[in-house]
Design a protein around this ligand. Sequence first.
Ligand SMILES: NC(=O)c1ccc[n+]([C@@H]2O[C@H](COP(=O)([O-])OP(=O)(O)OC[C@H]3O[C@@H](n4cnc5c(N)ncnc54)[C@H](O)[C@@H]3O)[C@@H](O)[C@H]2O)c1
Length: 272
Amino acid sequence: MGIEAFRFDGKHALVVGGASGMGQATGDLVKELGGTVTVMDVKEPLGAHDRFIQLDLVDKASIDAALDQVTDPVHALFSCAGISGGAPLPQINFIGQRHLIESALDRGLLTRGASIAMIASIGGMGWEHDLDAIGEVLDTPDYETAVKWIEANPERNDYSFFKRVMIAYCGRQAPDLMRRGIRINATAPGPTMTPLMASTEGWQGFETGFQAMMGRPGSTADEQAYPLVFLASDAASFVSGTCLIVDAGFIGGGMTGALEGPMVDALVKRRA
Ligand SMILES: NC(=O)c1ccc[n+]([C@@H]2O[C@H](COP(=O)([O-])OP(=O)(O)OC[C@H]3O[C@@H](n4cnc5c(N)ncnc54)[C@H](O)[C@@H]3O)[C@@H](O)[C@H]2O)c1
């Protein structure tokens, strides 16, 4: 197949959270690679797309209503939405995204050959040390019970925990989905210059520290879109259940002791 395996000709991509940042860059890239793009987001998309369907991941009925409007098969489902803090974080960063993915599967929108690619974070590192609590979330069968779980465990309402949950979700779903010919993966971006970064004070400080340690700024949204789109392409046909760290080497350096300091300790050596 050669270079064709990287292309999206004749394919339909659904980009959830595709209005800005990495999701926008993902839609732009899929369009350039020959695909058609439906963006779902709470706000109007800034980038290239064929169709926009508004939804709010905090509202389950809104997710269902958005999916009611999709009748074409989805060959690549990009789950890119996210916020950095605030009350409905679990719903936006994982619970709503899971409901959308599983509803799309139940409706038969994703069939053999399709793939799912989610955006986690290097904030989700250490997930393998936290599998008991993560398992409790993943054992919840649906949106409502997952919301009830977080209401009963408010100390887990944080950005890093739900990124860990997302990474583990990809691993846990992969074998069953593979038997249906569908793949699921995530990326874990390092600091990335997006509207979310610009509006999150702590992240800007992290990016400054990253730059001092790594000798380059955080990534552009395009630099994150390339690996995410690769994971959803046929070129990655044997890749599933994994999380690709896209951070210029920060986590690898931290895990091996090539990088040290409080930022490394916070992200790499964290235990539940
Ligand atoms: N920017 C970074 O440094 C960084 C680093 C690691 C991971 N991430 C993750 O990358 C993903 C993309 O973020 P980004 O940096 O491109 O930011 P962004 O704000 O540009 O993109 C996030 C998108 O999610 C959408 N969204 C927010 N709330 C929503 C809701 N209730 N319903 C539907 N859509 C909603 C936004 O409208 C936006 O289009 C997020 O999951 C974020 O957690 C970001």
